[in-house]
Design a protein around this ligand. Structure first.
Ligand code: NAD
Ligand code: GLY
Length: 370
């Protein structure tokens, strides 16, 4: 078992990482059950694969579970499902002092976090993440959101959970493609500022993907330590440090937009290709040694993640991808901040990238790969 603290003064909380903790959930969650009951929000897939474990352990301790089961998928992060969820929580008489449990991936975590932030002007919530992406990234740090017609994650709040309970064994039922997509976010921490961790990914990342318990727990712990430190330092992304967590996201977002935010390219897959592009673009600008950009590309390729436009199923040319980027919410005062790198573990925020040059790079990069 590992314990990581997110140090945010009165809003501080623990992240518990413990293999099998879902089967011992009563030990961690009993103290949060008011009147002997916990409301657990989940999606249909997780309800089948993991909810019975959580329910059994809580029931053994005499705690009743009131489940709310939503459809699986990104469309659930919508006004419609937010409204339905809020009505259901109100019908269950959730009070401000109550803790609602979010059992699922980033979709459930983001939606439940947002609902908790506005229900009766704020009740508590607990993250029990069940995808690798949610375990290493979205469950920590309090970004909550739903999607708008104008774009993804445009309506939301910063609202920290009261506890994050991570059971890596929940990944046993996760489709391998989803695990691989989440792995991109693990690699991201190495690329941002931890070259030793990237080297670990090169040697041991495949063990994690193969389901090795030790590798999985190690990578999750190291990732959440990195995220907790960044969030404690820059909770609301004002100093620029938290923005480093968006490495690969500006390129990735454009790739996801071009593929219609569909199953053709999962979020983590877009991030993977986006990180490879950010490193190759940094090399093209002479900022990053070409050999290091090549190492990034090779690792992503080796584990089966998209690493260029073709492997990301992207058809658009550079200009069209730039148009997608301009819709990104990270655009500030007419400029588009880009995360570039001086090498592995040396990511920085650049505000003077020339968009026409990025478009030309994307076209050249596609041509070079064919
Ligand atoms: P997801 O929640 O849609 O889960 C992916 C799929 O796996 C779904 O079909 C789900 O039902 C299924 N699933 C989840 N856990 C399972 C399990 N243990 N066994 C079997 N099936 C399981 O997607 P995700 O990749 O976890 O999250 C993506 C979302 O996270 C996006 O909406 C993205 O915007 C958001 N996100 C938020 C943050 C943040 O900081 N808040 C960071 C990154 C991503
Ligand atoms: N996933 C980016 C962040 O939490 O800031």
């Amino acid at each position: 078992m590992a314990l990581v603290r997110v140090a945010l003064g009165a809003r501080s909380y623990d992240i518990i990482i413990e293999e099998g903790s879902l089967d011992r959930a009563d030990a961690h969650l009993a103290g949060y059950a008011r009147k002997g009951r916990l409301v657990v929000v989940t999606d249909a897939n997780v309800a089948k694969a993991q909810l019975p474990r959580l329910t059994a352990s809580l029931n053994r301790a005499g705690i009743a579970v009131a489940p709310i089961i939503l459809p699986a998928g990104e469309q659930t992060k919508s006004w419609r499902h937010l409204e339905q969820l809020l009505d259901q929580l109100l019908a269950l008489e959730i009070e401000r002092g109550d803790h609602v449990v979010a059992l699922g991936g980033g979709v459930i975590g983001d939606l439940v976090g947002f609902a908790a932030s506005i229900l009766k002007r704020g009740c508590h919530f607990i993250q029990v993440p069940t995808t690798l992406l949610a375990q290493v990234d979205s469950s920590v740090g309090g970004k909550t959101a739903i999607n708008a017609k104008a774009g993804k994650n445009l309506i939301g709040s910063f609202y920290q959970p009261g506890l994050v309970l991570i059971d890596p064994s929940t990944l046993d039922s996760l489709p391998p493609r989803e695990t691989r997509a989440g792995y991109a976010e693990v690699v991201k921490y190495g690329l941002i500022d931890d070259p030793d961790f990237f080297a670990w990914c090169e040697t041991d990342g495949q063990r994690l993907l193969d389901g090795d318990g030790d590798a999985r727990e190690y990578a999750i712990e190291r990732s959440v330590q990195a995220k907790a430190a960044i969030v404690a330092d820059d909770e609301r992304e004002t100093s620029g440090r938290r923005a480093l967590l968006n490495l690969g996201h500006t390129f990735g977002h454009a790739l996801e937009a071009d593929t219609g935010f569909s199953d053709l390219l999962l979020h983590g897959e877009g991030v993977a290709a986006g990180m490879a592009l950010a490193f190759r673009y940094s090399a093209r600008l002479g900022l990053c040694p070409a050999a290091e950009a090549e190492r990034v590309t090779e690792h992503l390729k080796k584990v089966g993640l998209p690493h260029d436009l073709a492997s990301a199923h992207v058809k658009a040319d550079g200009a069209a991808l730039i148009a997608h980027m301009l819709h990104d919410k990270k655009m500030a005062a007419g400029t588009l901040p880009f995360l570039l790198a001086r090498g592995i573990g040396r990511t920085f925020l650049s505000k003077d990238v020339v968009l026409d040059d990025v478009a030309a790079f994307l076209d050249e990069d596609r041509a070079a790969a064919t």
